[in-house]
Design a protein around this ligand. Sequence first.
Ligand code: ZN
Ligand code: ZN
Ligand code: ZN
Length: 257
Amino acid sequence: MLFLGTGTSHGVPMIGCECAVCRSTDPRDVRLRPSIYIDVPEHAAILVDTGPDLRQQALTHRLSRLDAIIFTHSHADHVLGLDEVRRFNAIMGRPIPSYASRETWEVLRQTFYYAFDGVVRKGGGVPELVPHEISGPFSIGGVRIVPVLVWHGDMPVLGFRLGSFAYLTDCNRIDEASWPLLDGLDTLVIDALRDRPHSTHFSVNEALDVVARLKPRRTLTTHMTHDLGHAATCARLPQGVELAYDGLVLDVRVDVG
Ligand SMILES: [Zn+2]
Ligand SMILES: [Zn+2]
Ligand SMILES: [Zn+2]
């Protein structure tokens, strides 16, 4: 899997900020809005979320294949690049199967009304999706995906487990029923916004509490603000825990059948 973006909703650097991290020359301190791309050769290339930086992310990483999209939730920093899917419709020659919770689809249908209302408009095209509502584990191209309910304040968000890998962005609480779904992970990606507590995101210490309970072999944090410089923060994290960064590629084992 590839990290397309590991920043919080503002991105890093943040507009108008002159702090040390926003002015850093370390490329790992440049964070686009959060998204990952999971390419399982001969099975499926899956995009998690369509953030506002999707065009730039796709160009940077020369993404030219997209078999499906899965959405974590409907916040702007996770969906506002949906219109860029038009290019993938052209490349793939078909609507893109897309998976989200009922709540997320409700918001997507309002925010991107023109993609769903069936009205034929002159001129430009619209992103074409085949909507699927997530109600339990599902498969894309034989790749098995287990939705994992987490909480983002009082908003439900879906994390996703694929084999021994789990992606849990935008959360500050794991649903009680979800803990067993996260047993035996090799690689965990988890929200860690900053050091100070926040009402809807895990802080670094709160994320470390989850890591201590789940004991994955390796943990990468995501959705970081400019409070967390890459090098300095990694230097104080425990063994096996690191900040992710845009462009990082991890080999993960997924279940295919
Ligand atoms: Zn800053
Ligand atoms: Zn969010
Ligand atoms: Zn977010």
